[in-house]
Structure formats: C-alpha cells, structure tokens
Design a protein around this ligand. Sequence first.
Ligand SMILES: [Cu+2]
Length: 327
Amino acid sequence: MTTEPAPTSPAPPPAEPRHGRRLLGIWLVLALAADLLIWFAWKPHLPPGDMSDAARHQQFDIAVLAVSAAPVIIFVLLYFAYSLVVWRARPGDEDDGEPIYGHTKVQVSWILGTTVIVLWLFVFGTVELVGPAGAGAGQGPSPIWKLAGAQSRTWTPNSNTMLEVQVIGQQWAWTYRYPQFGGMESSELMLPVNTPVTFHVTSLDAIHSFWAYQLGVKADANPQVDNVSYVTPKTLGSVTVRCNELCGIWHGAMFNYGHVVSPSAFRTWAGGVQATEKADGVLADLPPYALTYDPTVIPQLGANLPKIDGITGAAGYYYPPSDPVTP
Ligand SMILES: [Cu+2]
C-alpha cells in the first residue's frame, strides 16, 4: 500500500517470478525420480511376474505405461499444489485476478504435449498388441504369427519342437491333453522349461476362460472352437490356473495347478502318465484326440474319467497319488 494518492494510474505490481520455469524445474526432478523408482524398484514386483516370455512382456508393458503416466499425474498434482501455495488469495485481498488474453507459449506447449502423449500411447499400444507376443495377433482361432518352433508328432526334451497341450474347460474343471504323448489326459498342467508351448483351448459345455496367471496366458475356452495361445516358460515353479469367465454356480471353484519342470522331468512324467492311462484303460476310453469335441457325443469325457482316474470336478479336488514335482 502506498501513502501517496494515486487517482488515475495505480503503481505497477512487482514483476512476477518465472512460474513456468520454476514449475518445469520441480516437475523434471519429481518426474525423473518417480520414473526411476517405477522402473527399478516397482517393475520387478509387477504382476504377472516373469515366469514366461508372455508374462515378462506384460510386466514390461505395464511398467512402460506407468513410466508414461507418472510425469502426467505429477504435473497435475504439482500444478495444483503450486497454485494452492503460491497463488492463493492473501488475507484482505479482495481483487480479481489479472485478465489474461492468450499466451502463445502455454497454448503451443499444451497442444504439443498432449499430441505427443496421445500419439505415443497409440503407437506403443498398437505395436504391443499386434506384436507376436501380444493378444491381438498371437492367439485366437487363427493367430497371425506363430511362435518359433518346429511342429512334430513327437516331442523330445531340449529340441526346438513345440509342445502341444490341449486345455479343456468343462463345468467345473480343467483337464489337459497331450497329443504328442498318445493324447493322454491330466488334471495337472505340467510344462517343460525353456520350451515353446502351443495351447489349444476349448470347452465341452459353457464358455470358460483359461487363465494361467504366472504364465501370463489367458484364452477363451469356447465349445467347438480351438483357441490357440503360445507361451515359453522361462523359470521353474508353480502355476495357478483359474477360470476367468463366469460359467455357472461353481465357477469360483474352477481352478487347479500346474508346474514348470525341467524338460527331462517333464518327459518322465508325461511318459509315465501315458503308460498308466494305457494300462488302466483311460486312453481307450477317451475320445480320439481332436481340436474340438462335440459335447453331445462324448459323454465319457465327463462321466467315466472320475471313476477311472480319480479326476473329479469342483466338488472334490484331485491330487495325484504320486506327484513328483509338488514343492
Ligand atoms: Cu469356467
């Protein structure tokens, strides 16, 4: 306040500090710190883990999107906090704010910034979705790209041969058939490490969804459809398989477990199950291996297996009598 009278022109206000430059400086430091934290501290713990190539890819995608989003969120919060602290009305201040008409620098920065962000998300999202490991091309009834690996009627450890695994959903259980091992069926998903795997996912009744969480694999299980999905397990360990599509009253109990084991342990297990099922008549009783099954003509898949092999649905959990790999 001035004591001199100023009837016509009030004294000019003191020069404003460079708010934009200040904000930019604080924002750069905070955004860089947040992005470093996300990438190096948070990423290794992000779901679904790094058990397979697909899971690693999903973890990478989530981390890249978080690194892209953090600077935007920090800018909004920083601007909010800065306004509250620096531009708040002081006690006794009854004036309106300065009328401002246009600000080329702010307008150009805003248009450029938002354009770059949207284009980056569009390009990154499209590339990741269409890429061989993405959900847009790597799976479905006719995947655009196939996983590298030779197709063969037999499978041997440590070869580049793809292991074929059929995933069958039915109310309310998952079963797995291995066509390269005589079409034997198991209620456990057993996979060899560092081996390209092709899942053929189908259903015998309602629509289910095969979700092998730690492998980063999720594929719809539809009756009369052969949904293909690829994965290469990278580390040994246990896998939880859940149904991810509401499929009836026991949907919540439709889960079982899998294990990623060494290729030689897998071969031993698969050969053993094949021999056992041949000896006790399961193989003869199963319908011939096919990519889809007509539910109306294969009652034995649902009815006879519980009697023979102890495989039951959601009403009782099946534990194999001699499981060599449960930790
Ligand atoms: Cu289900």
